[in-house]
Design a protein around this ligand. Sequence first.
Ligand SMILES: *Cc1c(COP(=O)(O)O)cnc(C)c1O
Length: 431
Amino acid sequence: MKYYSLNNKAPEVSFKDAVINGIAPDKGLYFPESITPLPDSFFDKITELSNKEIAFTAINQFVSDTIPSNILNEILDNVLDFDFPVIEIEENIGTLELFHGPTMAFKDVGARFMAQCLGYFSKDVKNEVTVLVATSGDTGGAVANGFLGVDGVKVVILYPSGKVSDIQERQLTTLGKNITALKVNGTFDDCQAMVKRAFLDHDLLEKMKLTSANSINVARWLPQLFYFMFAYKQVKSKGKEIVFSVPSGNFGNICAGLVAQRLGMPVKHFVAATNVNDTVPEFMRTKEYLPKPSTATISNAMDVGDPSNFIRIRHLFEDDFDTLKNNLSSYSFNDEETRKALIHIYKTSGYIADPHGAVGYLGLKKYQERHPNTFGIFLETAHPVKFLDIVEETLSVQLEIPSQIKKVMGKEKKSTKITSYNELKAFLITS
Ligand SMILES: *Cc1c(COP(=O)(O)O)cnc(C)c1O
């Protein structure tokens, strides 16, 4: 499988080079040259398959030119060693819990998959690869955890000072070894802009091999399509049309869901639920894409004003607005609505959601007002404990701290403060 740049001004590359480059030399995101639907029999018999068998079949066409089957099997063994349950909380509504991994947010699968691929590829790359990544909260922890101890790979994480939760900060600043955290005086967009600038800095690139572990990297992005298939397997027997509501920030997760649909999985509709960072809901309303600075919210992993992967979604639909609209709706909700949803879910079903899941729930409810006879699944993208203060205060409950989180609570946070791109560059060159 070749990957081409969405800016069309860079050579096509293999999966391996797409992973190592992160972003194409013309600044475009890589996109697979084809998406061949899986046979109907795969989806008919999906309930008989293990998660690993599903994942192998789903991802193989995208990676097989550079990852042999036996290695892919090993990678998937390491990546998929936890559960992805769908919990029914109301009639026709289930939540797909994606937080049972080591850092308790859905990014664990993509981050581990990418780390394993890069570890495999860097066996025959002479120089060390530096993974540079911006995080709005959860990416950093998942990437730090996934790459910890991977030979030949150094990880540098940029996060916005004061805008990630205490637990999130601990997850990315306490590991040490090949992981370094940089605390940026600015927003997530500032962090992302610095990372993008580094990838285009020829002077820097001559000195080191840099790649990205944000969802712009195909190895981070594509494995997320597994979730949708794992969910489908669990609810197929209901015999209803399925709707996914995905709490969205950089739009990588939902874009992977749309790839699962393109692979032939029967899905009626996708809902991209956002907080007040509503660039995409506004696009779906006005057909105009107007990125804006991000606003801080209680669902901070979605505080993105210019979602990188939306361009992949538009491309998947050949930039045809009407076809896109038939498959995707997008709604935005503010913090007050999100808190009310947390309370509503807790009161009616006893289920404790996190603020991101609550936004997903709201998006689903809104869609189901007009499509009541569907089975809706909203993605619980993080464990509520990752947003401890907000959830405990909103619901007047006390959450039990899971062992994965307890492990980092007592450790000392270590990070370096930076305020500008030049400081980032100096850090990368000298460290
Ligand atoms: C990253 C993240 C999101 C947003 O996912 P995208 O793929 O960037 O749209 C939503 N919720 C949580 C908890 C996250 O960590």
